[in-house]
Design a protein around this ligand. Structure first.
Ligand SMILES: Cc1cc2nc3c(=O)[nH]c(=O)nc-3n(C[C@H](O)[C@H](O)[C@H](O)COP(=O)(O)O)c2cc1C
Length: 180
């Protein structure tokens, strides 16, 4: 069992990354191998909408995308994490999903387990919008939804002071790893 967390925050060491770190702690407790991928330190250019991928099933843009996607192919479960930006997922994660079009024509993530973590400054209602948007992507990919959670935090790293949410994130990671 391998669990990969993909962090869509623009911040290094932000709230989303902290929750994903806790989720991966939980997954390791359940015996999984884990890896955290932070999109903010990768070179993943914007999808230019050329639709070359519709027929070629690959992308003409040369950057870190193919390498990151190859890791997703090798895992059993993916936990997507995003800050809530304008009641949606972050642009970083959305562009990552847009770029996945080239790799997902044949739905290769079909059957992999999906967890979702979202952090918002405003609270649950805002985080829920982001979770819903990410969930629609996982459904389109025919992934198996395992669990999601939202949390409220604004300043970088503030979520680490919320013991309940950090514990919830560990439980989410454990549940994702244990799901059969
Ligand atoms: C561009 C931008 C847009 C945001 N939009 C919202 C929003 O619509 N609703 C909300 O509750 N918080 C919003 N926030 C606050 C972030 O969700 C919050 O700061 C969160 O903790 C960031 O997570 P991170 O540390 O993982 O990046 C926004 C923050 C930024 C930078």
């Amino acid at each position: 069992m391998k669990v990969i967390a993909v962090c869509g925050s623009a911040r290094k060491n932000g709230n989303t990354e902290a929750l994903l770190g806790a989720a991966l702690d939980g997954a390791r407790k359940a015996g999984a191998k884990t890896e955290l991928i932070t999109l903010c330190d990768k070179s993943i250019k914007m999808c230019d909408g050329c639709c070359y991928c519709d027929t070629a099933k690959k992308c003409h843009i040369k950057d870190d995308m193919a390498k990151v996607f190859a890791k997703l192919l090798s895992t059993d479960a993916i936990i997507f994490g995003t800050p809530c930006y304008w009641d949606n997922m972050s642009g970083l994660l959305k562009n990552f999903f847009d770029r996945m079009n080239a790799f997902c024509i044949d739905r290769p993530l079909n059957g992999k387990k999906a967890g979702i973590v979202a952090v918002s400054g405003g609270g649950k209602e805002h985080a829920d919008h982001a979770i819903g948007a990410v969930r629609r992507f996982t459904e389109a990919q025919k992934m198996h939804f395992a669990a999601s959670m939202g949390a409220k935090a604004y300043k970088p790293g503030e979520i680490k002071n919320d013991a309940k949410k950090m514990a919830d994130a560990r439980a989410l990671g454990e549940a994702v790893a244990r799901m059969r």
